[in-house]
Design a binder for this molecule. Structure first.
Ligand code: 6PG
Length: 262
């Protein structure tokens, strides 16, 4: 790790438990993410017998999932207690290459000993985003109960436009306060999406953004430097109520961002 500490230059004071860690490259970010997953899973299963994780889609986390599928994590993680969810999904058939479920299965889930009934994909594939959101929320209620989901760990990615999960700039889903899963219809897209809502994401015990590459430097700078406006920069809305927020970024994504070393 190159630097770990709060981000400077934000209009908001760094909050306790909100930390940025800067790594040399995508591979080191991915290794750190795998270590994080492993440590949190071990602690949660020991404490409560269960570890609930929500996985991000997109290209960035794929390597972390591949690392988790290999030695030593395949043997070390208490997979029997892991429950897997996703942060968001594209409403495409499950075997479509754009499916987040398919990506995580191919990179990780097909190689580790998680009981299939502990894998909880969004109910996409039949019907549209609206129906998928309703059915997916029922599954969350079944697993977590009426009190609502509390994920032990959430991985999130960051889009160059400041989106995260399927919370895109200007989308009404950013404001969703009641539903746990929101339908999303990105303008111009050939498929709908579903996403965990902001209150659910912020109810998590730990949220970790994985950010890599110079294409993300502008978004990161804006997130930490621009006034708070989640409608324009949805990732700004992610501020766990009582959980921790961790940014695992590489040197290219950090760009000129001022991180206080500690
Ligand atoms: C998705 C995501 C999305 C993603 C970002 C970053 O399904 O598309 O969950 O929010 O994390 O777009 O994607 P990359 O990692 O591919 O840059």
């Amino acid at each position: 790790m190159l630097v770990s500490g709060p981000v400077l230059g934000s209009d908001r004071p760094a909050r306790e438990g909100h930390v940025i860690r800067v790594f040399e490259d995508h591979e080191s970010v991915s290794r750190a993410a795998a270590e994080l997953f492993s440590g949190e899973a071990t602690a949660s299963v020991r404490a409560r017998g269960r570890f609930a994780v929500a996985l991000a889609g997109g290209a960035t986390p794929r390597r972390a999932y591949e690392i988790l599928a290999g030695h030593p994590f395949r043997e070390r993680v208490p997979w029997h207690g892991v429950h897997v969810f996703w942060t968001d999904e594209r409403c495409v058939p499950r075997d479509d290459p754009r499916s987040n479920e398919r990506m995580a299965r191919e990179a990780l889930l097909d190689f580790v000993a998680i009981p299939e009934e502990q894998i909880h994909p969004f109910a996409c594939g039949e019907g549209g985003a609206e129906e998928a959101a309703t059915r997916s929320e029922l599954e969350l209620r079944r697993v977590f109960g009426e009190a609502g989901p509390r994920f032990d760990l959430v991985f999130l990615g960051l889009g160059a436009d400041g989106h995260t999960a399927s919370l895109f700039p200007g989308s009404p889903a950013i404001e969703e306060a009641e539903r746990w899963v929101a339908p999303v219809r990105p303008p111009g897209s050939e498929f709908g999406r579903v996403t965990l809502s902001v209150p659910v994401l912020n109810g998590s015990a730990l949220v970790a953004f994985l950010v890599s590459g110079s294409g993300k430097a502008g978004a990161l700078r804006a997130l930490f430097g621009a006034p708070f406006d989640p409608n324009r920069l949805p990732a700004q809305a992610i501020r766990p109520d009582s959980g921790r927020l961790l940014w695992l970024v590489d040197r290219e994504a950090k760009g000129g961002l001022d991180v206080e070393d500690r």
